[in-house]
Design a protein around this ligand. Sequence first.
Ligand SMILES: *[C@@H]1O[C@H](CO)[C@@H](O)[C@H](O)[C@H]1NC(C)=O
Ligand SMILES: *[C@@H]1O[C@H](CO)[C@@H](O)[C@H](O)[C@H]1NC(C)=O
Ligand SMILES: *[C@@H]1O[C@H](CO)[C@@H](O)[C@H](O)[C@H]1NC(C)=O
Length: 240
Amino acid sequence: MFSRQLILALSSVLALLPQSLSASLPFGHYGPEGTVLFLNGFHFVSGHSDWEISANHYCVIIRDDMLQCAVYNTATSPAHLAGIEYIITTDAFETLDYEERQLWHSHVYEITSGFLIEPGLPSSVDHTIMKDVLVDTYGKTFHTWRYDQQNSTYPIGIPELVMGYTGDDQITPDFVTKRDDMFGVNTTEIKESRSDIPPPPIVEGADSWKYGYVLTLGLINKTADTNFPPNDKAQVVLHY
Ligand SMILES: *[C@@H]1O[C@H](CO)[C@@H](O)[C@H](O)[C@H]1NC(C)=O
Ligand SMILES: *[C@@H]1O[C@H](CO)[C@@H](O)[C@H](O)[C@H]1NC(C)=O
Ligand SMILES: *[C@@H]1O[C@H](CO)[C@@H](O)[C@H](O)[C@H]1NC(C)=O
């Protein structure tokens, strides 16, 4: 569980930060009201280890064991809403059945590697949040503006499940360097500053691609009648 005190402290200290902070960023601020955390990290599309995404997360607290984040692309202006991420504690994760867990990714490596950052926060605050709040959490993320449609005018297609990195040599180093340049941070230094954070064990089921199978979404198109009462005569259907 996130400690209540920590959450209260987080809320009051950080509530105003993202707006003022992101005013100076090239993609502006589009987060929801009540955002208490602004995170940048990396995702890859499940089944496409080379589809790398730099994702800005604007997170609100849902309960003391759950955050929810709106995820935006960094490479678009105005920023495209790329997807959503739900973040839960280990205790909550352990209550999920095994198949559900396979949709989630661990956050341990994202934190110990320095990949997950809180741009603009003092490093001591960052360290506390990473160590006490985020390191033993799990995330479930669907991207609604597909990777292969990132540059399209409209969000085409169906959502994609994305995952997080779990080890060295998975992401293209240059991709991290570009992120560092954008935010004026040094991932190597952040990693070193977190070397005292003990990595908790990862609960079975998370990061399911490590087990040798890959989960992707598909659209099911059944032939069947939808049985509403026949009172929709007023509807106009435009044929192109
Ligand atoms: C989208 O466009 C940007 C800028 O031209 C480019 O760097 C990026 O690779 C493109 N992304 C995709 C998925 O095609
Ligand atoms: C980042 O920090 C490391 C360790 O201090 C240093 O070796 C490296 O040159 C730095 N990178 C940049 C781009 O400043
Ligand atoms: C679903 O199947 C029907 C019948 O084959 C087809 O006319 C329709 O375009 C399909 N819709 C989608 C989204 O694939």
